[in-house]
Design a protein around this ligand. Structure first.
Ligand SMILES: NC(=O)c1ccc[n+]([C@@H]2O[C@H](COP(=O)([O-])OP(=O)(O)OC[C@H]3O[C@@H](n4cnc5c(N)ncnc54)[C@H](OP(=O)(O)O)[C@@H]3O)[C@@H](O)[C@H]2O)c1
Length: 214
């Protein structure tokens, strides 16, 4: 798969690196320094390169949107034509100080994103996991008990593609339903952040749903 990374910070850099290590072709884009993007591409040790958001988008099978909510419009503008593109978004609709959701309860950031990128197919995924745990999850991917990762979206093909990426990083994908379920996954992400960053146990935290009675 060709995966364009829109936003190469904590989440984009790590997920892009893991996608490349899993065998995908990755283009890192949207950081304040081109040298950083080149370094990420070099260190990903796979088929990875640095580019502009437009280059990351052009031939992409999937795009990872991993920017602060305040940057979404700018990065979408720079990405160019998004018609039919699959956008896997981990971006949460947070305020400037990252202390509260600015959209919630009866709507979600993912639905707002789908409104703004009208011609694209949006899947919400990876927003419920701290960046710090991603490498450990990847390294443990051959173990039988994988951590869960919830995702949701309205386009079945786009969701299957997102599920492949989720699996490739080492998670067990949990289909939570249509995109409007992001109204629940986004506040859940804040619970995970609370447990990861506001306790003494450290940020290497993943979660797993267990079903009984089957
Ligand atoms: N971090 C987490 O663990 C986590 C977990 C779940 C969800 N999320 C969500 O995922 C999204 C990304 O989070 P993150 O922590 O990865 O953010 P981040 O580390 O701040 O990364 C954002 C990226 O955007 C780039 N950027 C910011 N302003 C820019 C500008 N003016 N021009 C060009 N590039 C610019 C940054 O460039 P530089 O590289 O130069 O800084 C960076 O590459 C957010 O919506 C967040 O809420 C994060």
């Amino acid at each position: 798969m060709r995966v364009g990374i829109l936003g190469s910070g904590l989440m984009g850099a790590k997920l892009g690196t893991l996608f490349a290590r899993a065998g995908h072709e990755v283009v890192f884009s949207y950081a304040r320094s081109a040298r950083k993007l080149e370094r990420l591409a070099r260190e990903a040790r796979g088929r990875a390169r640095a580019g502009t958001p437009a280059e990351a988008t052009r031939d992409a099978d999937a795009l990872l949107l991993a920017v602060h909510w305040s940057r979404v419009d700018q990065v979408l503008r720079q990405a160019g034509d998004l018609a039919g593109k699959v956008i896997v978004s981990c971006s949460l609709p947070m305020n400037k100080t990252d202390t509260a959701l600015v959209i919630g309860r009866s709507f979600s950031g993912a639905e707002e994103l789908a409104k703004r990128a009208r011609t694209a197919r949006v899947v919400a995924a990876f927003g419920t996991i701290p960046s710090e745990v991603l490498l450990s999850v990847f390294e443990a991917r051959r173990k039988s008990r994988r951590p869960s990762l919830v995702y949701c979206g309205d386009d079945q093909d786009a969701k299957e593609l997102a599920a492949t990426l989720i699996r490739d990083v080492g998670f067990d994908p949990v289909d939570a339903g249509p995109l409007r379920i992001a109204r629940y996954t986004e506040p859940f992400a804040l619970l995970i952040a609370q447990l990861a960053y506001e306790t003494d146990a450290g940020p290497e935290l993943a979660y797993r749903f267990e079903r009984f009675g089957e």
